[in-house]
Design a protein around this ligand. Structure first.
Ligand code: FE2
Length: 283
């Protein structure tokens, strides 16, 4: 079964489990955010324990897209610190991976992550490999200032990946504090592709309720969402899955509320975890 609509689940409400389907990560703990029952593709938070190591050369049958949330992960002599990014296509050779102090890593696989013999250097998909990006060092590209549907957000983007064939993208999206539709009402948007998001910082009010850091959604195509706003400002990791992400706006507007009702849309197996609003101590 393809992945169900999830909007949203706080990752903190999911249990840690040992390993991942595919058996290539039996030595880490994982919170699976969503998975495709047909292809084995999945999105997860992996927690590498302190002292984790995988000597020698190894590979995966899946593309591994990673973004470090906490700690540090080393692969092939490169250290991935918090908010460092990579996109490693199938059969990419990882050499002497380790995590002396442990790491928590937001990770996306495009099929079941099974072990595979790595290809010789340079024989993996060179058009798609992104070995290492220090995303903190990238400048924000400010967007939407001339768009009546976006200008209230004070929005910025850091573009991480665009697939050369499908147009699929991964990017960070930020918006400034005190952002909301200025009239109190806003249009809703739809896309023709899946939009997937993990909230890294700040709180954002809108479809499904109030999302806090760690909030995750997988939104299939053509579902209306928004309007959104934030008191604190926000930063999200966003992926478009299945093609280019373009906005189509409804003609009608609906009311925006900084304190929306908690009503997440989740499949039955997540209903209990998602039912209660996750409210960390504020002050
Ligand atoms: Fe959207």
């Amino acid at each position: 079964m393809a992945r169900p609509y999830i909007e949203f689940i706080q990752a903190q409400q999911l249990d840690w489990a040992k390993g991942l389907p595919g058996r290539a990560f039996d030595d880490v703990d994982a919170r699976i955010l969503s998975q495709d029952g047909e292809t084995g593709a999945m999105s997860a938070i992996l927690r590498y324990p302190p002292g984790w190591s995988r000597p020698g050369s190894h590979g995966l049958a899946a593309t591994e897209e990673l973004f470090v949330l906490d700690g540090a992960l080393e692969i092939g002599g490169v250290t991935y610190q918090p908010h460092h990014y990579a996109n490693l296509p199938p059969l990419y050779a990882r050499q002497d991976a380790r995590s002396p102090r442990g790491a928590t890593v937001l990770t996306f696989f495009d099929r079941l992550p099974e072990k595979a013999l790595p290809a010789a250097a340079g024989e993996w998909d060179l058009a798609r490999v992104i070995p290492h990006v220090d995303v903190v060092a990238m400048p924000w590209e400010w967007v939407g200032a001339d768009d009546p549907n976006l200008k209230h957000l004070g929005a910025g983007i850091k573009r991480l990946r665009r697939d050369p064939e499908t147009g699929e993208t991964s990017f960070l999206f930020c918006s400034g504090p005190h952002s909301r539709p200025l009239s109190g009402y806003g249009r809703q948007e739809t896309h023709t592709v899946v939009e997937e998001s993990f909230l890294l910082a700040g709180e954002i009010a809108g479809t499904g309720g109030l999302r806090r850091p760690g909030a995750y959604f997988w939104r299939p195509p053509l579902l209306r969402h928004g309007p959104f706003g934030t008191l604190t400002g926000t930063m999200s990791f966003i992926r478009a899955v299945g093609g280019r992400l373009e906005d189509t706006w409804t003609a009608d507007e609906i009311a925006f509320d900084f304190a929306p009702k908690h009503q997440p849309f989740v499949p039955a197996e997540l209903a209990e975890a998602a039912a209660k609003e996750w409210t960390p101590p504020r002050w």
